[in-house]
Design a protein around this ligand. Structure first.
Ligand code: FMN
Length: 192
């Protein structure tokens, strides 16, 4: 995958941020990366990352300043400037809102604007309610036009039996396939 304009839309699964950094580094080698932050990402300091540090690290790694407002995300539609948006990590909150066509964060605005142009969106899920409140939403999005999923599995079926997490090592390959309109298989990866 080369010379693509790829939006990396990042939502508040803070424990997953460290897994995202090598993915951006890999994609950046041959593509233009446009980071997009949800408000939770822009505004929340956690034990995993301080918000300002994360902004600075992503800006440096991606080579572009993150989009942090709905106003700045909206032109993605009329300018048709992205080939693909990867929502990684995608929270349960954002997944549910995508299913319900709610548009109240920069990430959701970016996806809505991009879908207007009939282009692909790749979801890298990371949520503790994937097999609970969000199970129905995953089912709906998997069958919806232009939505693709990075293969995922239960990450800890003993202590967190409803939790689902994408295999971040497969984001680049799943992105390449999504650009061709193909869902990477198998969607469900083996539980460790
Ligand atoms: C430390 C911390 C870790 C979190 N991890 C997750 C997570 O892994 N998955 C998830 O769906 N939500 C997680 N959340 C909750 C989301 O951040 C919260 O639902 C937020 O409203 C998400 O907004 P966004 O989807 O617009 O980014 C976490 C919250 C905190 C404070």
């Amino acid at each position: 995958m080369t010379n693509k304009n790829i939006g990396i839309a990042i939502t508040g699964s803070f424990c997953t941020f460290k897994k995202l950094l090598p993915v951006i580094k890999e994609l950046k080698e041959h593509n233009n990366i446009v980071p997009i932050f949800s408000y939770a990402v822009t505004n929340t300091d956690t034990r995993f990352y301080k918000a300002q540090q994360f902004y600075d690290d992503i800006k440096e790694l991606a080579g572009n300043a993150p989009i942090t407002t709905i106003v700045d995300a909206e032109p993605i539609g009329p300018q048709s400037k992205l080939d693909l948006i990867i929502v990684a990590p995608c929270t349960g909150n954002t997944l549910a809102k995508l299913t319900g066509a709610i548009t109240d964060t920069p990430v959701l605005m970016a996806v809505k604007a991009h879908l207007r142009n009939d282009k692909p969106v790749l979801i890298a899920i990371s949520t503790n309610d994937g097999l609970l409140s969000n199970a129905g939403n995953i089912g709906q999005l998997i069958g919806r036009k232009n939505f693709f999923f990075v293969p995922f599995s239960q990450d800890n079926y003993i202590d967190k039996k409803f939790s689902l997490v994408a295999d971040f090592g497969k984001v680049a390959k799943a992105a390449e396939l999504a650009l061709e309109g193909v869902q990477m298989q198998p969607v469900l990866t083996t539980v460790e």
